[in-house]
Design a protein around this ligand. Structure first.
Ligand code: MG
Length: 161
């Protein structure tokens, strides 16, 4: 019998000078990057937490601690692939992912399909299972004043029995 689970992920990182902006597994040129122990890919981090949550396997901090030198400047794509393997080992197949990325800058639309393609590659899913939506925070609060980027994400996983 098919079983389904959903997972919810959230992450935020503040902007920092002198780092490339990694988002959704791609590098967005000409933009300020994000502060973090790893490459600070806030979108991939939210997806990792959603996947771990769906499978009840803990959270990103328990799997990839931010005080562990092994993950210093880590490629979050590698962390996502490791997460996928754990979720699959627990019997789950990824159904679909829907993410909302909130920032004032950069405008994300030109990059959305490249991010969807890269995430689909990392997860071994069809691209039409990956949705990414860009929003601003209408100038409100720290995100709206350009301090960083926040992401909300949900994922469905399926056990086809
Ligand atoms: Mg993070």
């Amino acid at each position: 019998m098919e079983r389904f689970r959903i997972g919810l992920g959230y992450d935020s990182h503040r902007f920092a000078e002198g780092r490339p902006l990694k988002l959704g597994g791609i590098t967005i040129p000409g933009e300020s990057g994000l502060l973090g122990h790893s490459d600070a890919d806030v979108l991939l981090h939210a997806i990792i937490d959603a996947l771990l949550g769906a499978a009840a396997l803990g959270d990103i901090g328990s799997h990839f601690p931010d005080d562990d030198p092994a993950w210093l400047d880590a490629d979050s794509g590698e962390l996502l692939v490791r997460t996928r393997k754990e979720v699959e080992a627990a019997g789950w197949t990824i159904g679909n992912i829907d993410a909302t990325v909130i920032c004032e800058q950069p405008k994300l639309r030109p990059y959305v399909d490249a991010m969807r393609k890269r995430i689909a590659e990392l997860l071994g899913c069809p691209m039409d299972s990956i949705s990414i939506k860009g929003k601003t925070n209408e100038g409100m609060d720290a995100i709206g004043q350009g301090a960083g980027i926040a992401v909300h994400c949900v994922v469905l996983v399926v056990d086809r029995g």
